[in-house]
Design a protein around this ligand. Structure first.
Ligand SMILES: *Cc1c(COP(=O)(O)O)cnc(C)c1O
Length: 405
């Protein structure tokens, strides 16, 4: 309920809006509908689809990330001319391989697609009969070795090729599991090193002549990770294009050993009789992905980090002024490895649960999507637009104050 006290407090927060006061922010907060500047049609409003401020991170179901203008420019450029798809993949692949200091690279339809194509490459090589037969190769079922602690939903993308996942624990079991049916070893980067280090993993693969694949889809920042796994000796590496790299959300990178990349290419578009035919990447995405990577590598990553920390501090300052609110700054160790803010409060003093507060933020104007469980509201700042930070701070503070007993 809006009582007089709360109203006064809300008014008192207004100077905080400083930089955004008078801009679209205020109108958006008041619920007025806006067409994006520069566009004639407001498609999302037409459709009744609600855009929101992303205070959650690079979440696939929430449409990942936003492309930089240079990336959109590349996308639009490509959309106006015909080219040969193979020729474009060849040239873009060479350029990406140069940027990432590796033998070869390709643009895939996301990291999950890269996993299917990488596994297919390890199985078929350039054998056309095998390429056509996937996922039903004659003979015994082939195997991919994975640590039991590394099983995850995305390994379905590898199982698409018809292989069986063989779970092992520790380097000894890993080595013993290798046999003539073994086609690949899969490392899920975010699951980390429990019983087998990355170096050991690579060493076992190399000694037994089994290709190693690391899924590091969400694992920039830090930017160094783009180079690290090739340097360690992994044969295949994948990153999502549409997470922190901010390429097209439906694109990704597969890079590493040249012979395997050639085989991966044969297992997908434009070849029709392949397991990857449904994982089409168009010329626009291929080019835009290359430019997104260029832009990402060129960025001042330290400055980005500082900016994110400033954003967290700004929101922290706003919410911490409310009685009983406690905050925490943290960084996930891997994947969405960026500054976050955790917000908690005493529900005897602020009479609202964190899930209800998140719901209010999502249902308000502008809609703001945060995350968290029953105990807290969690805020990720790196997918916000600059001008949205003040709005998020203000709305959080507003919701907390309105629930003050
Ligand atoms: C996001 C993600 C994927 C899938 O990436 P897409 O680019 O969306 O296909 C695969 N593995 C991990 C660990 C991820 O986080």
């Amino acid at each position: 309920m809006l009582n007089r006290r709360t109203m006064l407090k809300m008014l008192a927060t207004l100077p905080f809006m400083g930089g955004v006061a008078g801009s679209n922010a205020i109108r958006k907060v008041s619920g007025e509908k806006l067409a994006r500047p520069g566009y004639n049609r407001d498609f999302f409003t037409e459709l009744g689809v609600k855009p929101f401020i992303n205070a959650w991170g690079t979440i696939t179901a929430k449409s990942g990330s936003l492309m930089h203008p240079e990336v959109i420019e590349a996308y639009n450029y490509a959309s106006q001319q015909f080219v040969d798809l193979n020729e474009l993949q060849d040239k873009v692949g060479e350029r990406i391989a140069e940027m990432l200091n590796c033998e070869a690279a390709m643009v895939t339809a996301g990291a999950a697609s890269a996993m299917t194509l990488g596994a297919a490459a390890c199985i078929t090589g350039k054998d056309q009969e095998k390429i056509r037969a996937l996922p039903n190769l004659p003979g015994q079922q082939l195997e991919v070795i994975i640590q039991d602690t590394h099983r995850f939903g995305y390994d379905h993308a590898v199982r698409n090729t018809g292989v069986k996942m063989v779970e092992v624990n520790g380097p000894r079991e890993m080595e013993e599991a290798i046999n003539e049916k073994t086609v690949m070893m899969l490392f899920f980067n975010a699951a980390g090193e429990h019983s087998v280090s990355r170096e050991q993993f690579v060493e076992i693969g190399q000694r037994n002549n089994v290709p190693t694949f690391i899924d590091a889809a969400a694992d920039v920042p830090p930017v160094e990770n783009l180079f690290k796994y090739i340097e360690m000796g992994f044969d295949l590496v994948t990153f999502s294009g549409g997470k922190a790299i901010r390429g097209p959300q439906s694109a990704g990178l597969l890079f590493g050993r040249k012979d395997l990349l050639e085989a991966a290419r044969l297992n997908t578009v434009p070849h029709s009789n392949t397991i990857g035919r449904g994982m089409k990447v168009n010329k626009e995405e291929i080019l835009a992905m290359m430019v997104a990577l260029e832009k990402y590598l060129e960025r001042d990553h330290e400055k980005d980090w500082e900016e994110w920390e400033n954003r967290v501090a700004l929101i922290d300052e706003a919410v911490s002024s409310v009685e009983s609110v406690e905050t925490d700054h943290y960084v996930f160790p891997v994947a969405n490895h960026v500054p976050h803010l955790s917000i908690k409060w005493d529900q005897e003093i602020i009479n609202i649960t964190p899930p209800k507060l998140r719901e209010n933020l999502e249902n308000g104007y502008p809609s703001i999507v945060t995350f968290g469980g029953d105990e807290s509201v969690e805020v990720s700042v790196f997918m916000m637009q600059q001008e949205e930070v003040g709005i998020v701070a203000k709305r959080l503070k507003e919701e907390l104050e309105m629930a003050l007993m």
